[in-house]
Write a protein that binds this ligand. Sequence first.
Ligand code: NAD
Length: 369
Amino acid sequence: MTATKEIVVLPGDGIGPEVTKEGIKILEAVCKRHGYKLKTRSFDVGGASIDRYGRPLTDETLEACKEVPAVLLGAVGGPQWDNEPKDKRPEAALLGLRKELDLFANLRPIKVYKPLIDASTLKKEIVEGVDIMILRELTGGIYFGRPRLIEKTENGERGVDTMEYTTDKISRIAHKAFEMATNRAKKVASVDKANVLDSSRLWRKVVIEAAKQWPEIELEHVLVDNCAMQLVRYPKQFDVILTGNMFGDILSDEAAMITGSIGMLPSASIGEKFAMYEPVHGSAPDIAGENKANPLATIASIAMLCRHSLDMEEAAQEIEDAILATLEDGFRTGDIYTKSPKEYLVNTSEMGSAIMKHLNPDLQPGTFL
Ligand code: NAD
């Protein structure tokens, strides 16, 4: 009997459905190639779910996500839902999924593809060979700490957020970082603001304690402001960057720009039991429905999904090789097209088909254009 791999797909809003369609096409191809049957179930999320059910995330969707090892999400959001109250906005679905699935570790690989090296705003010699894994804690810190409020005062108003971390939350993400580093260059840079913040002082103490169990890993501590500077000065010094929720949010977007295009960046959010994979970019309302979006971030997220959740390392590698080969062939969506004579401008589905061709060489050249 053919073994089955099962995932839930949440296409979401804007370009989400367009890019997830290409991602699923690729996952189907590698499953077939490796002798698996793929079962997918699709649910509305974000704005699409608000329009249909009045809520960005329904209980039924959440339950379905808990029945599978991995969820693929496109993107949520768009101007038509911007005036909804905070808990009814599309983005509330993301926070809800992260919380309910206890997705505490957000992985963002920052890898520069050689054929796209000129797309970066940084100099070639700075970005060449960059290979960083940013590991951001996703369930704690200032985005979840209480109290949070805006209150009236005698002089106007007062806004409060609370930056809070506990030993257990720091410890589990720290161990994850050390575990990741064992399969990489064996270096972890833990980023905090321990010279000012108490929550960071605890962060550093717990990371040092966790490191004792990983003697083969080199650990350094970097203050967040210095890290922001080092990322553009000499990013190659980093292997795994371990950091909290807000610092990770900011640093990972900064690091994203090393690679040139947001349309290229995959991500994974992993918990003890569940995992969710999504491109880093948003719903890009400006190009939604035009078949223009770059699907490579989603396809690279599928590679991560194969690696971390479906026990399909070989397939993950094949997808990553196919992305590189397709870029080497010169295929470019609008966001990475530089009008060089060696490049061919393609749309979303053509890019997906170009990747397919590398996974299935039996396809005739030109059948996808
Ligand atoms: P965005 O990432 O959607 O778009 C920023 C720019 O990058 C746009 O010009 C867009 O056309 C371009 N772009 C993004 N992805 C692309 C792709 N795959 N191919 C080609 N070009 C691409 O960010 P934004 O404009 O700030 O946000 C739009 C909406 O998305 C907002 O509602 C925001 O809240 C939401 N958002 C959602 C997520 C998510 O679902 N994880 C993340 C970020 C933003």
